[in-house]
Design a protein around this ligand. Structure first.
Ligand code: G4P
Length: 529
């Protein structure tokens, strides 16, 4: 098959949601459609469950699962679908943000009763900023929930999306009768039987057809007619281009648990979701159909087996053909590497592959060469943009609790930072190390993993920091910048790449500093050039 045909048959996407909205259940039903798994319950939730086991064990369990579910690939209607797993727990949001740099589109799952929740807002905002095409799936229609129009309003207002319903529910909760598929113009009646055949959908190309009255009763039929008419007058017309530009978001209704409305979602997704998209690099935009291979690391998984220092770097292929045993340029290190056993992922299995194409994810065994964001090419000196570090929200000094193991500690911290577990800063004042994280859970993860994987012990000390901002002076030689560095010397640190960071101890002091130093920019992500 030609490269362009391989590209056109791929869809790489992520499912995002607030925990409990039904992401795992939906993933599983999608895999069932692709025949990739045989039964329900096969996909394990990557949620951190509090309770029975200790948090450390829970974190390890979660890490184990998250290797297995990092990429779930299957084929459906001759399309190769790659679902990239995104952790829902807020402490791991940065993992999800990074994964979102490797998807070509997303599906947003919303609980019909809870509506738009906190994590949904944060994740959708990241997708919106990147103009990632989104389809919304409103789940749990078998339960009592919000009115469809109210929910659509809420999505527009809270998520700042421009929605267009492509299916519409007939009733809800106890009275849930099914959905009218505006996209395909047919009715799917809800029987509550998850094994129901997809052939059970009934073609109703014209809503005025009296057959509809026979199917769902005259009252419900009239209500549906009114609602769909209203929806069509209120919402914009569907345009594939606008959806793909991230300017319009189709909405589907259903119940993942009952496997209802999922087929409709998947069929529409196959029709409209983009195949691998071009990506911007430091020098130019790279198109997937280019002959030469390029790709970037968006995730690293380390030490699943502490006896072998194994690390798996996950590469998203952006262009060309990736081949086993062919040397590729590791751009940051300026050296060629080849890989004898690259892994590809199918449902829950991984296998060694000879060739992979744009949109695919390959797992490369690594002995410490890779950092998140690294680029591989066939020789061209380009780096992919778009994996910034986000300003952490928690800060602690990290201390060595076992002086005999300081080497191990150094190495452990170094590798965990490469993996993107947290960010390391070094205070200019006293050269002490500060760990910044997005969630408090990461401190437990780091302490536990340092001990179990590197044999090192650490303790933490609190540090009052409100926010870290990356500093960019308009003129590095100005008197203003010199003054800033002198006055704020106690609050300055450098990150891993040597960039200057200002650790503000309160919102107030940050604001005052920003007002005082007007020619210095304060950035909330590390990537601003
Ligand atoms: P998540 O990955 O987004 O966190 O959500 P997950 O799929 O684990 O679903 C969260 C809970 O919601 C699960 O119940 C799941 O069975 C339920 N659920 C998912 N889809 C639907 C639906 O369409 N209708 C109804 N009524 N429930 C749904 P749980 O009791 O928390 O977990 P479990 O013990 O059933 O696994």
């Amino acid at each position: 098959m030609k490269l362009i045909d391989e590209i056109n048959k791929r869809r790489t996407f992520g499912i995002i949601s607030h925990p409990d909205a039904g992401k795992t259940t939906l993933t599983e039903k999608l895999l069932l459609f692709g025949g990739a798994i045989q039964e329900a319950g096969a996909v394990k939730s990557n949620k951190i469950k509090k309770g029975a086991t200790s948090d450390f064990m829970e974190i390890e369990r979660q890490r184990g699962i998250s290797v297995a579910t990092s990429v779930l690939a299957f084929e459906y209607r001759d399309i190769k679908i790659n679902i990239l797993d995104t952790p829902g727990h807020k402490d791991f949001a940065e993992d999800t943000f990074r994964t979102l740099t490797a998807v070509d589109s997303v599906i947003v799952v919303i609980d019909v009763a809870k509506g738009v929740e906190e994590q949904t807002e944060k994740l959708v905002e990241v997708c919106r900023m990147r103009n990632i095409p989104m389809i919304v799936f409103i789940n749990k229609m078998d339960r009592e929930g919000k009115d469809a129009f109210d929910l659509l309003d809420e999505i527009e207002q809270k998520l700042h999306l421009r929605v267009i319903p492509l299916s519409f529910p007939i009733g809800m909760g106890y009275d849930f009768k099914g959905i009218y598929n505006i996209w395909e113009k047919n009715v799917n009646l809800f029987t509550g039987d998850p094994r129901k055949d997809i052939e059970d959908t009934i073609e109703i190309s014209d809503l005025s057809n009296p057959e509809l009255d026979d199917l769902i009763g005259t009252d419900a039929a009239n209500e549906l007619r009114e609602e769909v008419e209203l929806a069509q007058s209120v919402y914009p017309e569907f345009s594939k281009e606008e959806y793909r530009d991230g300017q319009l978001q189709p909405v589907f209704f259903g119940s993942a648990l009952n496997n209802f409305g999922v087929r409709e979602l998947l069929d529409c997704f196959i029709d409209i979701a983009p195949s691998p998209r071009p990506k911007e690099s430091t020098t130019r935009v790279v198109h997937p159909e280019e002959k030469d291979f390029t790709g970037f690391v968006f995730k690293i998984h380390a030490n699943m087996d502490p006896r072998h220092r194994d690390r798996l770097a996950f590469i998203k292929i952006v262009s060309g053909k990736f081949e086993r045993n062919v040397p590729y340029l590791h751009v940051r290190q300026g050296k060629n590497l080849k890989f004898s056993s690259p892994n590809a992922f199918f449902a829950e299995k991984k296998e060694i592959v000879d060739v992979s194409y744009p949109g695919d994810i390959v797992g490369l065994h690594d002995t410490g060469n890779f950092k998140i964001g690294d680029t591989l090419t066939q020789g061209e000196e380009l780096s992919y943009k778009g994996i910034p570090s986000f300003s952490p929200e928690h800060f602690r000094y990290i201390n060595n609790a076992d002086p005999m193991k300081s080497k191990q500690l150094e190495k452990g911290i170094d590798q965990l930072m490469d993996e993107g577990v947290a960010q390391l800063f070094r205070l200019e004042l006293n050269n002490r190390k500060v760990i910044g994280t997005v969630g408090a859970l990461q401190y437990e993860v780091i302490q536990y993993r340092l001990e179990h994987e590197y044999g090192a012990k650490c303790t933490y000390e609190n540090l009052k920091v409100h926010k870290a901002c990356w500093i960019e002076p308009e003129d590095p030689k100005s008197a203003e910048f010199a003054d800033f560095k002198r006055v704020k010397s106690n609050y300055l640190a450098t990150d891993k790449r040597g960039q200057l960071v200002f650790l503000a101890d309160s919102q107030f002091s940050l604001q005052m500093t920003q007002e005082k130093y007007k020619n210095i920019k304060f950035h909330y992500t590390s990537e601003f050039k």
